[in-house]
Design a protein around this ligand. Structure first.
Ligand code: NAP
Ligand code: FE
Length: 363
């Protein structure tokens, strides 16, 4: 067993402005990586620009990261960030993951970029500062980056391990999340916690973070059915997202993530909601003693009760993805071809088992 999470996490209101010195130590030129609007809306971009100006650090902004980013966005970002000494990512998982890929290309050059990001040889990266604005992916403390691959027609984890150097968490940046983004990202964090517990790589250390996430979910889950939640509950969920990120930084995710990727690819169905769509079926194919502990920590008495809650919650913000029986064989094949996530499950599952999980969850 090994527990390794090197990211230095700083949390508090106004934390970016208070930690100016940490930016200054990283060099003279920065690349800021964001989505289209949220970095500005949340106030995080203004704070970062203030700090960079105060420190006399030059910067460029790559503000084009799309949700579920295609791999090619790393190349676009690296072009804009030439000669940067470090990368500042502001936003949800999409900009944070993309920034990690860009930071590799800025350090090692963009030629053969697919090889550098996905090939056999390992590459490290320029320092990355991660400033999350969604309460779900935990990318601010994980070494992972997930990209959309148009050839494979699914989402793919980059095999490099790039932990951010610093992560700055300020509750203010999360207050502008629309309910749909808040809800789906909280479901992502919940699925991270569950998938890291029912996982062969789980340990007493990762479970501390995972169960804390479930405890927070249990405490506030009724409030989630409302449009507005109070600041205390939001802060708890923001922390839960980072805690669950620490848990998966040790264990990786598992089958619900794998099953959700093709549906997100085909229908744009949001990542967190895609994961929990498969959670009741994941419980059906998992060791009952593990499932009972997880249900108990979330405050549910049975998988059926949990499944009903999840269904009701998803329908608050999302339409059912129009999946058809004829798509399922391709989805299941994709999962058998990338067996890493299946390997971490305590029970061996067949191609037929995967098909059945799809049928029972999305038809
Ligand atoms: P996201 O794709 O980064 O953002 C979703 C939407 O929310 C965007 O439209 C974004 O707007 C908006 N938004 C973000 N923060 C906001 C705020 N504070 N106020 C208003 N709008 C805001 O969503 P995400 O769920 O955080 O990330 C999903 C990605 O992360 C997926 O690709 C998933 O596979 C990946 N992921 C990575 C890990 C990991 O460990 N690295 C783990 C799980 C998932 P803008 O476009 O304007 O920014
Ligand atoms: Fe996730």
């Amino acid at each position: 067993m090994r527990f390794y999470m090197p990211t230095k996490v700083y949390e508090g209101e106004g934390i970016v402005l208070k930690k100016e010195k940490l930016f200054k130590e990283l060099g003279k030129k920065a690349l800021i990586v964001t989505g289209k609007t949220s970095a500005k809306k949340s106030g995080a971009l203004d704070d970062v620009i203030t700090v960079l100006n105060n420190c006399g650090i030059e910067y460029q902004i790559f503000s084009q990261v799309k949700a579920n980013p295609p791999i090619s966005q790393t190349l676009d970002g690296a072009k804009i960030g030439e000669r940067a000494d470090f990368v500042v990512a502001i936003g949800g998982g999409s900009p944070m993951d993309t920034a990690k890929g860009i930071a590799i290309l800025l350090k090692h050059g963009s030629d053969n970029y697919i090889e550098k990001l996905f090939g056999k040889t390992d590459y490290d990266a320029l320092p990355v500062i991660a400033i999350p604005t969604t309460s779900g992916t935990g990318s601010e403390v994980t070494p992972y980056s997930v990209f959309t691959d148009d050839k494979l027609k699914t989402k793919l984890s980059m095999p490099r391990r790039i932990f951010p150097l610093y992560s700055f968490i300020d509750i203010k940046y999360f207050m502008t999340m629309p309910t749909s983004v808040r809800n789906t990202t909280i479901m992502d964090a919940l699925s991270h916690a569950i998938e890291s517990i029912i996982n062969l790589r789980s340990s007493a250390y990762s479970e501390v973070y995972a169960y804390k996430t479930l405890e927070i979910f249990s405490k506030h889950k009724d409030e989630l059915m409302n449009d507005d939640i109070d600041k205390e509950a939001l802060l708890d969920f923001v922390r839960a997202s980072t805690f669950a990120g620490v848990a998966i930084s040790q264990t990786g995710t598992s089958i619900p993530h794998a099953l959700g990727y093709p549906i997100t690819y085909q229908f744009g169905f949001p990542h967190g909601m895609a994961n929990v769509t498969f959670m009741a079926e994941f419980f059906r194919v998992s060791p009952q003693d593990m499932v009972d502990k997880v249900l108990n920590a979330m405050g549910f008495e049975s998988t059926a009760e949990f499944g009903e809650w999840i269904k009701k919650f998803i329908t608050l913000t999302e339409e059912r993805p129009p999946v058809k029986e004829e798509y399922l064989e391709d989805y299941a094949k994709l999962i058998s071809e990338q067996p890493l996530k299946l390997k971490s499950h305590p029970i061996k599952l067949s191609h037929e088992d995967i098909l059945e999980m799809y049928r029972n969850s999305v038809l």
